[in-house]
Design a protein around this ligand. Sequence first.
Ligand code: NAD
Length: 308
Amino acid sequence: MTAIEEQQILITGGAGFVGSHLTERLIEDNDVIALDDLSAGKQDDVPEKSTFKQGDICNRDFLDELTDDIDIVFHQAAVVSVQRSIENPETCHEVNTDATLHLLELAREKDFRLVLASSAAIYGQPETVPISENDSKTPTSPYGIDKWTIDRYAQIYNDLYDTETVALRYFNIYGPRQRGGDYGGVISIFRDQALAGEPITVDGDGTQTRDFVHIDDVVKANILAATTEHTGEAYNIGRGQQTSIAELAETIQTLANTDSEVTYTEPRPGDIEESVADISKAREELGFEPTVSLEEGLETVLEEARGN
Ligand code: NAD
């Protein structure tokens, strides 16, 4: 993998799940500013060697100040909850779209590269799987619309103004330091249930599938995006394999070596039935190759809870 060295880097959402792992990976060879308002992130998760700045990405003066002399911005800050976006679309739009548009303006003016966190939520209920980048976009939540908007803006800024942008459409990321949420949250929930010897509760019949990708692979994807010549593009970032929720529950049950039973409850209304990324574009253009198997990745999550 192409290394990133001696760069001035800003990571928004630097105290969050993805942002803190990215900071940890990049801090050895670069100067990293981690920005976060701590609405969801924790300052304790930000590696000490980085410079932590607490503040809101909606504060334009604050963003302007922090982007002077920056080479690369990894933009992870967002209101990540689909449910919150449904309850309060306007606030989410301000954070997820308006603040990102301002960051794009700063990238245009100051000439830094912007790697953005997009989402599989932009596709909504897929017509076919695996989902490839050109498939239809029918987001079913304000969150999905926000992500689709910034994903397109990023491409258009590249086309119109030569601003270097890359959008990464994350599927279900999981790993240590993840705190619930709408995505890999299911893994932390099942883990906690399994380790407590409580029933592992699957929504519906568990045949719904997701593409779970480990945080270490997502960090690699970000580094490749920061160095690729293929700017103005969006890439699916998953493992490229679908796992049913029932299979996930059983795997965690086995790895945790627990007496917990897997139980099935009412299905969640509107739940997406099948989701898996076609990652061939990321493979071909970025050289992205996920290497963490589901079992290996789940072990890292179990180890975290066991305090190893
Ligand atoms: P996270 O909630 O752990 O991290 C987001 C961070 O942004 C938090 O630390 C939060 O405090 C911060 N933040 C929120 N609003 C802010 C604001 N106004 N100003 C400054 N900081 C603010 O979430 P994550 O899982 O690390 O997600 C990172 C990015 O990836 C997000 O953009 C999310 O939408 C996207 N994404 C994540 C997944 C996933 O599986 N985790 C999947 C698809 C897309």
